[in-house]
Design a protein around this ligand. Structure first.
Ligand code: GLC
Length: 839
């Protein structure tokens, strides 16, 4: 190493009074001071990281956690905060990576092989390179920090160069177009009733984005739970920036070069969903509220009478006694266990809603215990913080306290263990409160924060995530043999480990169908693959065509649930403007599959049946996600990031391994243009193949979707709920001149035996060459699905099939003549190893 450079003259600290900050009270003018790094004076190795120290005390710590994961932490004054994260998965283990430090004239180089970072000696700015010497990402102004007398370090900022055609994805549930370039955003979990395309922030905070610079991808995860801000060159100054209103500038750089690599690194760092119980992937019916129990029974019976598949029915807040969580309205639900048992008999699981707000009522056991055991949040002055939600004034458990989490988990015992409620629905956990302006708890509410006490400014964004954690851990303790199902409105990065997500209170209109499509794609690539929307729209009245197109899109959303406002009794608790919007008189129309007349009922039934047929694809996609973090839904750019025509696609997306969905999101569509990524794709409904730009005729009962050539698509017969064992598997095998691999994962659909090897994984390899085509099947795992036969359809074979052999023996095949070409079908024992077709 070279000798230390001479210290530069110490610059006068720039200080200013910033009257523009609305949070500064005029009586107590705050004084702000900015700090930026100056010249690097020292480099040292400390606690597993390289520390670059500036003359003015700014320090950058760089650690290499895996081949493609670098972590950068900045301290404006040399003091780092305790290293703690609710986002990073406890299971994440850094890898041993060989890193070389080299000092050059003007910079230091940290070389980890595939990824290199260069730190400038002049101002601590950094540049990331890959092994081909491509600059992936470089600082513009780099790090700066603002401190104030009132809030301490209150703006921790990073500014990077933005390239002309750089594309940005991710950031959770933002409702705008998929490419984030040219826009700016805020992350602050917010109750956003009837939000719109430009509403920001929304219910969740996911400070993680992807960048695609000339087809090469990287990701940035800013692990900071304060209110964060992201600007993707909205002012066209050629820079991207992000900052937090407190805490630490602590970010992870996730190397691509493919978007899938970034998704997997993010999942590795923050975790994935577990495999859900299979019923949770069926169709769910919800309403605010199905009430009383006789109405719930009528709904259940109507599904079975009409032979419309369904697996779950939800009870919204009206099942409770005056919105007191963990209680029942004894008039409307006199015998909840009998109801839940009867529904289960019919193949329905029951899901109930729980809110975090606990009604202030000395006669209510949860409130009384919570007070006695000091379970609730308090203000900095030590009084229990209370605010109005549905039941009036409420106290709020401090889910950042491990003892409170255990207490909360135990509260589910009666519903989960005794009554048999199968899943739960955590709502209002931003946390939402009925205050027109603040909509949440005030900043001076204090949280235990697992031993690092802090104000609500820091804990707000993780409140919902930690509520979900408390519930999830409770379920795991109460019934360790059962896979929990938890659905939540609010969450934060890493929250996918505890719950599925729905996108909140949307509206029944075509724009919201488009938003639903974008939000789920975005949530899935931001870690939350298990997501869905209120199908048909929550507020307002849907009409038949909208409802059907939404249901059809929902077939490809991991959570497929219809929900709407409808008949309820809660308008009173709301602030005047919301009370008017949610007035039940304005939202009377029903939203069951049969609510729009016979013509639409048939189409709804077909859409839901398609969901049950495609369950093996969905289950396999979720299994793959739990294995390596591959999102279940992906933006089309994931198929070929080099193709600029895909960068701004909003409507069409990838589902699982080999499906491309092109949903209908406008009324009266009869033909739809699609741009397909490289390779040939087959239109599922006709078996015709094509590539590039093409048009398809759109039928009212069909959602357009394509299957990649060479793929094997597993399909189940229509069944009324997932508890019914399927007696046949159909494999659609799509011809390709070349090789392709597909998977089918199956297990008991419940419990954890799959972790001990009781699963069935089928690996299909197809190969087409010289007028022949073959399908090989390899099997892993000890689970034996009960179906005794497999039907195979060969689609797209280019000539007439003359011969077909299974495991070496010639077998008869049947030709089905379609308009354009033939399908070949045969039936085999599920354990076949190889099928060959010859033209
Ligand atoms: C919130 C939820 C909604 C629910 C309602 C009543 O608005 O987002 O889904 O129906 O509260 O509980």
């Amino acid at each position: 190493m070279k000798a230390k450079p001479e210290p530069p003259p110490t610059p006068a600290p720039p200080s200013e009074i910033d009257f523009a900050d609305a949070s500064v009270s005029l009586r107590y003018d705050d004084v702000f001071q900015w700090t930026r790094p100056n010249e690097v004076s020292d480099v040292r190795w400390r606690d597993g990281a390289y520390e670059f120290v500036c003359f003015n005390g700014v320090v950058l710590r760089v650690s290499v956690l895996a081949a493609g994961i670098f972590r950068l932490r900045y301290s404006p004054d040399g003091v780092f905060q305790p290293d703690f994260s609710y986002a990073v998965a406890p299971a994440f283990e850094p890898e041993k990576v060989v890193v070389r430090l080299e000092e050059r004239d003007d910079e230091y180089l940290l070389d980890s092989g595939a990824l290199q970072v260069v730190v400038s000696k002049a101002d601590l700015s950094v540049k990331f390179y890959d092994s081909d010497d491509r600059t992936l990402c470089e600082d513009e102004a780099g790090f700066s920090a603002k401190r104030s007398i009132l809030k301490g370090w209150c703006e921790l900022r990073m500014e990077k160069k933005c390239h002309k055609k750089e594309v940005f994805f991710g950031l959770g549930d933002k409702a705008c177009g998929t490419n984030l370039a040219g826009k700016k955003f805020e992350n602050w979990c917010s109750d956003s009733y009837a939000f719109g395309r430009e509403t920001d922030p929304l219910y969740r905070a996911v400070p993680f984005y992807y960048a695609l610079n000339q087809g090469v991808a990287y990701g940035i995860f800013f692990d900071n739970s304060f209110r964060t801000h992201f600007d993707f060159d909205s002012e066209e100054t050629g820079s991207t920036s992000f900052y937090a209103e407190g805490g630490e500038l602590n970010y992870y750089f996730l190397h691509g070069p493919n978007l899938d690599d970034v998704a997997r690194s993010y999942a590795r760092l923050t975790g994935t969903h577990e495999l859900p119980p299979r019923w949770a992937l069926g169709y769910h019916q919800c309403r605010w509220s199905y009430h009383p129990d006789s109405h719930v029974r009528e709904i259940a019976a109507a599904f079975r009478e009409r032979q419309i598949p369904c697996d779950a029915i939800y009870l919204d807040i009206d099942y409770m006694d005056g919105y007191r969580c963990f209680t029942w309205d004894s008039k409307a639900f006199p015998d909840p266990k009998a109801l839940v048992d009867d529904l289960r008999e019919m193949g329905f699981q029951t899901v109930t809603m729980i809110d975090p707000g606990i009604k202030e009522d000395p006669n209510y056991a949860v409130y009384r215990d919570g007070l006695e055991q000091n379970r609730f949040l308090r203000t900095a002055d030590g009084v229990v913080a209370k605010a109005p939600v549905w039941p009036g004034f409420c106290a709020f458990p401090d889910f950042t306290n491990p003892e409170v989490r255990t207490w909360w988990g135990e509260l589910y015992e009666n519903q989960y263990n005794d009554i048999g409620i199968a899943g739960f629905w955590n709502d209002m956990n931003e946390p939402a409160v009925f205050h027109v302006h603040h909509k949440t708890l005030p900043d001076n509410v204090m949280h235990e924060h697992d031993g690092l006490p802090c104000s609500h400014r820091k804990a707000h964004n993780i409140y919902g995530q930690q509520m979900n954690r408390a519930s999830w851990e409770g379920f795991r303790t109460l019934q360790p043999e059962k896979r929990p199902f938890l659905l939540s409105r609010a969450s934060f990065s890493g929250g996918q480990r505890f719950s599925a997500i729905w996108t909140g209170d949307n509206c029944s209109d075509w724009e919201h169908l488009q938003i639903a499509n974008i939000q789920c794609q975005r949530l899935a690539i931001s870690g939350f693959s298990f997501c869905g929307t209120d199908i048909g729209g929550f507020a307002g009245n849907a009409e038949g065509e909208l409802f059907i197109r939404w249901l059809q899109l929902g077939v490809f959303h991991p959570l497929m649930r219809v929900h709407s406002i409808g008949k309820h009794s809660a308008g009173d608790g709301l602030p005047a403007d919301e009370a008017e919007l949610t007035d039940p008189a304005l939202h009377v129309s029903d939203q069951e599959p049969w609510s729009f007349g016979e013509k639409w009922t048939d189409l709804a039934k077909k859409a839901i049946e398609l969901r049950y047929c495609l369950l093996p694809c969905l289950y396999t996609a979720i299994w793959l996600h739990t294995l390596d973090g591959s999102p279940v839904l992906r933006h089309l750019a994931f198929a070929d990031a080099q193709d600029p025509k895909l960068w701004d696609v909003e409507r069409d997306f990838l589902f699982g391994e080999h499906i491309l969905v092109s949903p209908v999101v406008q009324p009266k569509v009869q033909r739809q243009g699609v741009y397909l990524p490289k390779g040939n794709w087959y239109y599922f409904w006709t078996g015709q193949s094509g590539s590039g730009e093409l048009f398809v005729n759109v039928m009212p009962d069909q959602i357009p979707f394509f299957v990649r050539e060479g793929a094997v698509l597993p399909v189940y017969p229509i069944h009324q709920h997932t508890g019914i064992p399927v007696d046949e598997l159909t494999l659609y095998v799509y011809y390709k001149n070349g090789l392709e691999t597909s998977h089918l994962y199956e297990d008991a659909g419940e419990g954890y035996a799959h972790q001990e090897g009781v699963f069935s994984l089928k690996i299909f390899e197809t190969e087409g060459k010289n007028g022949t085509f073959s399908l090989r099947q390899r099997k892993e795992g000890e689970y034996q699905p009960i179906y005794g036969k497999v039907k195979i359809y060969l689609v797209g074979f280019p000539t007439f099939v003359k011969k077909c052999a299974a495991d070496g023996a010639e077998i008869p095949i049947k030709e089905i003549k379609l308009r354009e070409r033939s399908l070949y079908t045969l039936t085999l024992n599920p354990d076949f190893e190889k099928v060959e077709w010859e033209g």
